[in-house]
Design a binder for this molecule. Sequence first.
Ligand code: PAF
Length: 283
Amino acid sequence: MVELATSEQALRSAVGQAKRRGQRVGLVPTMGALHAGHLSLIEAAREQCPFVVVSIFVNPTQFGPHEDFDRYPRQLEDDCRQLESLANLVFAPTADVMYPPGFSTSVDPPCVATRWEGECRPGHFRGVATVVLKLFSLVAPHIAYFGEKDYQQLQVIRHMVTDLNLPVEIVGCPLIRDPDGIAMSSRNRQLDEDQRRRARSLSQALFAAQRAVDSGERNVAKVVQRMTEIMQAAPVERIDYVAVVDPETLEPCEEIDRPLQALVAAHVGTTRLIDNLRIHPPV
Ligand code: PAF
């Protein structure tokens, strides 16, 4: 089994030893229920860092009161087995290690957190930024790896690191899709067969956006309309947003005159899914 640390002391001691050996430390923060998307982050970390820490913590502060915290998949033993020859250390703290009694400090997330997920999930990015800052402070990694699947989260973390002068390099890794186009996510295992079929409409909408742009469409409103129709036809239970935005600021755009980021979020059954794709106008 891979070495498992559940306390701050055990974590600091293992990472301290690696640093004394002169090893570069890479951190892959996760909430567990690992899939090939996570494994690609760990692979990226292994290429650059001789000592790789994977954190597994289902962070309660980033879930809203009516969200899926209770049914979020948890499978620590399985995850540790998968990490056997991939990671050097798994940090799986309990909630009271991360949030001991009396804990009351949090990070006010940057402006890029305001729209989209920020609007649909009030408090979500405050929870993410706070736990990620705590993980950076506990592990003190040289490099941390995040998936582009959570595109807005990656931008929030990049801004936080810049704004707070945190001594960590952030590496964003490409989103990984299943063969049917669905973006890999731990939440996909909540979908039954019919829901999974309907969930494909998120990536289908994104690919249709690129096809529309390839055929000469430049108007964001028209592209968003086409994407929305595809998801409604699936049907999904509820669309939270469909947007084509500036890749850095995440502000909405009107014309596709440069590479932009298309973002979608929708509920399929009782599962909320997000996906995104960089849309390129032909050169
Ligand atoms: O992306 C995730 O899995 C989580 O939001 C993160 C970054 C591990 C923070 O809890």
